[in-house]
Design a protein around this ligand. Sequence first.
Ligand code: DGL
Length: 265
Amino acid sequence: MTPAPRILVFDSGLGGLTVFREIAAARPDAQLLYVADDAFFPYGDHSETALVARVVPLMGELIAAHCPDFVVIACNTASVQALAALRAQYTVPFVGTVPAIKPACAQSASKRIAVLGTRATVAREYTRGLIREFAQGCAVDLVGSADLARLAEQELGGMPAADAEIAAEIAPCFVDRDGRRTDAIVLACTHFPLLLPRLTKLAPWPVAWIDPAPAIARRVVDLAGPAAGVPSGRPAPFIATSGKVPAAPLAAALARFGLAATVAA
Ligand code: DGL
């Protein structure tokens, strides 16, 4: 791996920023690039066939254009459906993001957890396989949210959603049945940690919210090694596949993450 690896961080939209910030903290010297496939957002509304047909060729174009040393798919919905096809198609290494069911079950004292993802992520066989393999006797409630990713994007764009809208999306995660009350919730969509202070505030009772981003950053360091150079101090490029230029509130939010929008698609 080069001393300052070129890492492409990819998501359907802004959720991958929660992963990007952990990677940037772990490897501040890396040459980072963020691509939001906002032209196809939300991924959670597409069929598996449509998503694979979208992501695999798009990734080919991105790899050709930006020559990354590796790619981080900072999106559960894309990872559980398209990661195998991406790895089969391209030689560049991919780091995926999949629901953190194993650590959540391991840390649950009540032995009841919830997995909060997009509707696509919770419906897919890949996620069900993780439960079969790693639930370790935990009851696992799968909750597919139709709107939370969109609400997270709105929040970052300076238009916070009403409490009631967010509360309704998370309510099915909180289960108190058979003497087991949910005590951990897997944030199985990278958009959701953007709302963490509001999720915490609106939770009917306290739970551990499991964000996979720190583990993904550790995996990146495993692959790329520890920081070896000096940070450039320049913002990393943010590319939106729609070609849209972010409005001022979003541009300011991106700057807080260390990114600057570029018009190149
Ligand atoms: N950020 C994405 C995820 O981790 C998906 C949101 C969407 O596009 O539906 O699943």
